[in-house]
Structure formats: structure tokens, C-alpha cells
Write a protein of this length. Sequence first.
Lengths: 492, 675
Amino acid sequence: MSNHLLSLAIWLPIAAGVIVLLTGSDRNAPLARMLALVGALAGFLVTIPLWAAFDPAYVGMQFVEFSNWIPRFDINYHLGVDGISMLFVILNAFVTVIVVIAGWEVIGKKVAQYNAAFLIMSGLMNGIFASLDGVLFYVFFEASLIPMYLIIGVWGGPNRVYAAFKFFLYTLFGSLLFLLALIYLFVHSGTFSILDWHQLSIPLGAQIWIFLAFLIAFAVKVPMWPVHTWLPDAHVEAPTGGSIVLAAIALKLGAYGFIRFSLPIAPDASHQLSGLIIALSLIAVVYIGFVALVQADMKKLVAYSSIAHMGFVTLGFFMFSALGVEGALVQMISHGFVSGAMFFCIGVMYDRVHSRQIADYGGVVNTMPKFAALFMLFSMANAGLPATSGFVGEFMVILGAVKFNFWIAFAAATSLILGAAYSLWMYKRVIFGEVANPHVAELSDINKREFLILGALALCTLWMGLYPQPFTDVMHTSVNELINHVNTPKIQ
Amino acid sequence: MDMQDKLNLYLLVPLAPLFGAIIAGLFCRVIPRWVAHTVAIAGVAAAFVASVLIFQDVQAGHTFNGPVYTWLTSGNYKFEVGFQIDALTTTMMLVVTFVSLMVHIYTIGYMQDDPGYNRFFSYISLFTFSMLMLVMANNFMQLFFGWEAVGLVSYLLIGFWYTRPTAIFANLKAFLVNRVGDFGFLLGIGLVLAHFGSLDYATVFAKAPELATATINLWGDQQWSLMTVICICLFIGAMGKSAQVPLHVWLPDSMEGPTPISALIHAATMVTAGIFMVSRMSPLFELSTTALSFVIVIGAITALFMGFLGIIQNDIKRVVAYSTLSQLGYMTVALGASAYSVAIFHLMTHAFFKALLFLAAGSVIIGMHHDQDIRNMGGLRKYMPITWITSLVGSLALIGTPFMAGFYSKDSIIEAAKLSTIPGAGFAYIAVLAGVFVTAFYSFRMYFLVFHGKERFGKAHDEHHGHDAHADSHDHHGLAPGQKPHETPWVVTLPLVLLAIPSVFIGYIGIGPMLAGDYFAGAIHVDAAAHPGLAHFVEEFHGAAAMGVHALTQPPFWLAFAGVALAWFFYMKRPDIPAAIARRCSAIYTLLDNKYYFDKFNEVVFAGGARLVGKGLWRGGDVGVIDGLIVNGSAKLVGWIAAIVRLFQTGYVYHYAFTMIIGVFVLMTLWMNRA
């Protein structure tokens, strides 16, 4: 059983999704919801042993599964996780439970299909994090686009078709170059094994081309400036659950790609082009920070702040130090909790008022005090306040950056001011003040279901802020291995 | 006590208030008020008692430095949560828990009509926890944690009355200005980690002398002293938290919060965190005379120029707020003069008499039914005798009346500035000396206007609304015609009396051991060879009594006396003179009234500028170039090409036939020409 944990983590949610789909029309919506919740919870439970039975000292992949798929091209069903990917499988399964509960009363049409899309996407994304074969990875990577495309296109807002197309084309464009790079690597090595590619000696010129092809694919996903403009549109049009998964998990796929493909396969090119990535990361932090400040739409604001926070992730990776890489990984997990919670908070207000415009709110605290308190916590976490998870990653990356180059740290640390400015200015305009209009006056405070979600995310945020050690403990071996690997030249 | 018992006692100090905060906060809607305030007060009282025990233990020579738990490890770095317990820590712990306890008791009376009663107790207990974590830290990470946590609580409390536009503007401003300071602070911490390889105080301080001459290359080929850069970065953090020019702008606005927190957070404790931090970092600051010069000049500017602003304020809390700014400047001057122990000494005396003045101001505000304009007061001594006497004690202590608390600490600062030899010390000496006169003048201007002279209250004054009342509880501010002020209940006056006692005696008792003795030995490091000022001061010190007698013939005493006399003459004898001066010197008056235009500058340049940049980048960059030109542009290009290509695919056979004929004709022409 424990040998097939990863397969279970992938196929259990997908199977559950198919079963949910079989319930058919909305007449069976309650059954569909219940089945979806059971499926999501089961999917979450099977991932817990991954952490419990994980050996933090072991170098290499754990929970490995291997069977032949297309022997002629040495394509295999090869799964495994290390200290880097393991936490994301669990995070993904956890977030799936959250989104199923988040859509409970809110989604009224095509309930079965909605829940099935999330369950299937959850399984596919677990496949991405667990794949050790290039083709397998690519199949999961591409397949995960489809449910998200449908979620935005079917359950989205008024401009959903534009947003869904933009999302799909942007990411597909990136993936094509990624496929080319995979084929080149196969031709060069005769295998699709990612771990074998890590050991492959490639001349610098080829490394740079491979790196650039990877970069375009992953930069779109992260997203990095200047290929980020699909994200605000996608978030604005996506339903709340879609935004949560998009921010909490989908954005991590690009960052994960950097750490599984770009850095270990093209280490010398990574060093050569680190200046470019760092520059783009800092632009994301500073430029996007300013852009977030002036947004009138709450979802757009949080979407832009997501881009700024992901800037810390790419910055952390390309300083090639343990503090930087672990800080970036911590930031990714924390961002999963915090941005997911922020989008859920906006969803809570949207469900009641049907507006995401900051100007349509004001004085929400008067009618929703419990909500205001929790939203305050997440806004502060978004602004990187110590004792919340939002602080830990930024703190580590900034400290790592000072050692790397003072001025890079200087630019990155402006997020301390900008993050507080856009998060708290929005909070002030939405939550504080006198009751601004009759809609706000009629608001009812969060119900038990909403409280459950926000409470769970609040506990995660505080836990990771007060005691991040358990999260980084499992990373150390893998991260040190990665850094040693990246700092060893591959070209003779 | 064995080690584990001791550690448990240390843990009790911050955790007891935290427990109170959690109970009062999480259950604020279900528990009755008496439960909330009992739990909160019990928590802080427990912390105070434990602090006293720890203080005695440290006096007996038992200091402590050790971890509680490992927060994070990464690479070669280890970040821990831990405590450093020495004389500096215990001094701060006693000040924080004592003032906090007084404020907790006072709050029962002050907030009795407020619907947010339980929430308020939760916040002030949370503050006490955060502040204790800050002062008890044995490393920079935890220091930063406490540093930002007190900022958070300050934010929550300034905006406590969250329906008021001014309050929610002030709290955002306070948080952002503090974040600017924290920006520098975090970079300083980053430099410490990068060059020392650790964030533990003990490790860093032990390694500091080795790196005294180290340089770093920040710009071009210029080499900067590492210590100077680190210390200035750290001090930028202190400038934010301790409201030094130009990051002082948030403190006057923070008076939008309820008065008890103005006393606790914005006078006695949180704003002194920067002073504490620099004293804690004395082994680093001692290695950079440049940084110390920077510190002393900033402090001197704050001490003098913020004092001027106190002269023209008419809101009772704002007078005290500018006085706090000025006194924080005095402490900073002491830091710059390498007289860290003097700074902490003034921090301590100031905590008592300034908390007293704020709480007394709050008592006046209650008595005046939430009118804060001192022009509407006068003659209150008849109606509020306890508030009157305690205010007088606080004011006398503040202006440095010989033998009172403020005298010993402030005169020591003036002496330290005089004896300091670093660049900037001359200016600082003049500033702190002139500041004595200014302090005495504005303090007694307020005192006379409030407690003496004609009774000016009881008129309907619609245009001068007070700022310190909740809309629900007081629809009309101020006293109705014929109504008289009244003395406040015992929960308000008891803290005043308990704070008045140390405001009189703590200086006399404290100066011997804290400045001349070895009270701070091991906690504060002064390089006596490079900065001998304090050592000279100690040589000339012959006991507290002698110092008080000697001062009667010295300039500070006469300057203070002149300030009081002038205030009496202007506001008791000839009230027409100040008005005439304001008219005559309207340019200066306007400058002061606009607080040197710092607020306007920040609003236009920083707040307005940031929005402008954001709009420009968004409209120009994201919407214009990236989406407009590249993304939608390439989509349009595809559509445009397709539109043209489509023209060739009409579906009519004769079009295709015609095209074919032209093609054949062209090909044949080419073929024939070739042949």
C-alpha cells in the first residue's frame, strides 16, 4: 500500500471526480457535493503518510513507483517525491478540500461538473509534482490546463471567455517551447528520465537554449513580469474556488519547474542568466507592488500582490544559497495559505454584495466583525507581518539577498512598505469606516462553513509563522543536494 | 531555582499577558466585561510580579541567556526564540509591566462606556506580550518579531474607533511610516547575518571587535565602514519606532487612539523601543563614531524642533505628544553621546512621568466630557484636585525640577552632550539646553491654561470637537452651559497617584546605581577610551543630593525657571501677548502650525507619487504595452493576416479559375523570357 501512495494521491481524486461526474444533472447536486467532499478528504488523507513516513535525511527520491509505459522511447510511469515536492502534494490535497467546501452553497448550477473539475485537476497537479519522467510530467502539465480552462470559462464572470482564452493561449504558448526542450533532451540522452537528465553533461550554448525554453514555459506559469498579464484577468473572471486553486497551487507549478528542470538540468546557464531572472524578479516585486497599489478591483489587487510575492520565489531560487532556496519554498507554501485565504475572503464579500470593487464597500467591520478580524490576519500575513507565514519566506529571501548583493536586498525589501501599503490601504477602504451603503448595512457575518475554512487557513498561517521548523526540516537534504549540484559545473 | 524553573518564570512574563489577550479577544462577544478585565489585569499583574522576582534574581548576579525553541534552521544559520535576562532587560520589563498594569486599571474607568471594552483589553494585553518579547529577546529575529508585533497592536489601537476617518487614516499612516523604518532595520539585520553568520546577540557582540575595521563596497569603488552601515540601517528602524525626524510624523496623529494607549504605547513603552534597541546594540554602535554622530544630530533636531511645535498646540493630548517627541529626542542625544545608560535612565523616568501626564490628560478629558481643547478649560484645579496635583507633579518632573525624577535623567543627558567629543555634539548640547526652556514653557502653558485662571468651559463650542470619544457614547462633546467638570472615579485616579510616586523619587534613587554604579555592567558596553564623556560625568558625580543642590546654580535650572515664568506671564497675566506674537510672526506661526510641512510633503511626494507611479506602470506598462501592444496586438495581427488571407478563399470557382489563369500567364511569361 505505502508503495503506491503517490499513485493514490494522483488517481484517487481523479476517480472521485469521475464518480462525481456520473451523478449527472443538478437534481443530484447534494449527492455530488457529498461525494466530492468524501473524495477530497480521502485524497488529503492518503497524502498525510507522505509527511509522516518521510525520511528527511535520505538523499534522493522517496515513495518511488516505476513501471514501463512506452519502452521504445524509454518513457516510464516514474513517480517519486523529495523534500521539495512532497509538501506541495500535501498542500494541493489540502487546498482541494478547501475549495470543495468553499463552493458548497455558492455554486448552484452544474454542481457535479464543477466539483469533478476540481477533483480531476487536483489529481493532475499531484501528478506534476510527483512525475520523474519528462513525458509524464508534460502530459500532466498540459492536462491540468483543461479543468482550469473549463472552470474559468463555465463558472466565471461576464468576461470569462476572454480570460479563459488568454489563460489557455498564454500557457500553451509557453508549453510548446518546453516540449521542444524535452525532445532535444531525449535526442541528446536517449531517455525521458528527469533524474538522468540532471546528470547529463550539456555544452553551455545548448544549456542556454534549453534554459530559455524552460524559462518561457515556467515564467508564464509563475507568472513573472512581463508575461503576467493573464493572471489578473483569469483571477477576476474565475469563480472563488478557481482563484484559490490558481493562486495556491497552479502558480507553484512554474516555480516548481524551475527547481526540477531549469536549475539541475542547465546549472551553468542558470548561473549565466541568473542576473536576468533576478532582474525580472525585482521588477515583479517593485513594479507590480506599485501596480497593485492602484487597483480598484479587490481580486485584481490580490492577483497583482500574488505576482509580487512570487517574485520572491524566483529571486530566492537564483541566489543559489540554502537560505534563498528554502526561503523561496517556504514562501510558496505560505502563499498557498495566504493568497487562498485572501481570495476566499473576497469571495465571501462577493457572494453577498456581488461586487469586487473596493469603492462599493466601506465599514464592513460594523456588520461582519468576525470576518473583519480574520481578514485582518490575512491582510497582515499578505503584508509579511512576523508570526504569520507571510513573514518567514520573505525574511529568509531578504536575508539571503543581503549576503548576495546589498542592493538586490534593498529592492526586495521595498515589499515591506509596498506590501503593507496595498494590503492595508485596501483593508482600510473596505473594512473600516462608517457603513458606506445599504448593501454593507445588510451584510450578515460569516457562517459556520466560511468560518471553518478561514479558521483552518488562519491556523496554518499562524503555525507556519510561529514554528516554521517542521516545514524546513524536510527540505534541508534535498535543498542542499540541489545547491551542491547546481554549483558544480556541468561543462568540461 | 534550577534552570527549568527559571525558564518557566521567564516564560510566564510574556505568556501571562498573552493568555489574557487571547481570552479577552477570542471570546470578546460572549464574556462579560468583568471577566475580560479581570483576566487581562491578572495576566499583567502576574507578569509584573514575575518581573520583580527576576529583577531581584538579576540583582543577585544571576543573568541568563538561552534559547526557548528553535524557530528555523536553514543552511548554516539557526534562528531561535530565546531570552536574554540582564539588568537592561529587567529594567525594561519592570517599566513595561508596571506602566501596563496602571493603564489596565485606568482603562476600567476610561473605557466604561465603550462598546469595544473587551476588545480593548485584548489589544493592550497583546501589546504587553509583544513588548516583553521585544525586550527579552536574545537575538535580532525575535527583536524584529516583537518590533513589528508592537507596531501591529499600535495600528489596531490607533484605529480602535474604526468608524472615524481620522483614526483609520492615522493608523495606516503609523503602520506605513514604521514600515519605512523597518525596511532599514531589516537590511541592518541582513547585514549582521551576512557578516557575523548569526543573529544571536552574544555571538554578534563577541565578534564585533574583529570586524571593527571591516569595510563593504556599496557603490562604485567607495569603501564604507561595515559598522557604520549596519548601525545606520539599524538606527533607521529606531527612527521609525521612536519617532525621530523625519519619521516622526505618525506619532502626533496616533493621538486618535484612546488615551490609555497614548500613555502606554505612544509615550511610555513602544516608542522607546528604538532607544532600548540602540542601547542593546551598544557594542556595535561604539565601533562607529560616524553612526553615533548621525544619531546625536537626529536626536538633537528632534529634541528641539518638536518641542517648538508643542508651544502652539491647543489639543491637550497633542501638547503631550509633541513633548514625547522632544523627550525621545533627548534620549537619542544620550545614545549618540555614548551615554546609553543615561538614555535608559531617562527612558525609565520618562515612562513614569509621561504616562502620568497622559493619564492625567485623559482624566481631564473625562472631566471635560470629551472636550480636548485647552482653550475651553481653565480653573480645573477646584473640581479635579487629584488630577491637578498629579499633573503638577508630572509637569515638574518633566521640566527637570531639581530632586525630581526628570531632573536627574535630563540633566545627565545635558551633561553627556556637553562632555561628548564626537562631531555634532556641540550642536546637540545647544539644542538640548534650549530645549529645556521650550519644554518648561509649553508644559506650563498647558498647565496654567488647564488648571488655573478663568473658567472658560461650559460654553457651547461646536467648532472645537474633542477627538477622544466614541460616537455612540457621546453625541455632544464638552460641557453644557452651567455644567461643571468632575473628578474621575478611583480606578482613574489611583494609577495617577501610583505613577506620581516614582515620578518624584525614582530619579533620586536610580541615578547612583544606574549611572555611576555598575548596574548595567555586562549589558551595556561603552568604549571609554574613544567616548570618555560618561566617564568624566561619573567622576564629577558626588551623589544625588549634591547633584540637586549644585544644579540650582546651573543654566538648565534657570532656563526651566524662565520657561515657567514666561508661561505664567503670558497665559496668566497678559493673555494678549501670545496672540499678538502669533499675529506679528505669522510666517513662523504658519510654519509651526503646518508642522514644518512634513505631512504635506509626504502626502504629495510619497503617497501621491506612489499612486502616480502605480497608475503609470499599470496603464502604461500592463494595459498599454504588454496587453495592448504585445498580447492583444499579436492576436490582432493574427486576425489581420487571416482577414487578408481569407479574401483569397471566397469559394467561387470563377475566382479560383481567374487566379489560375493569371498564374499560368505569369509563369508562361517568365518561361518565355528565359528562353
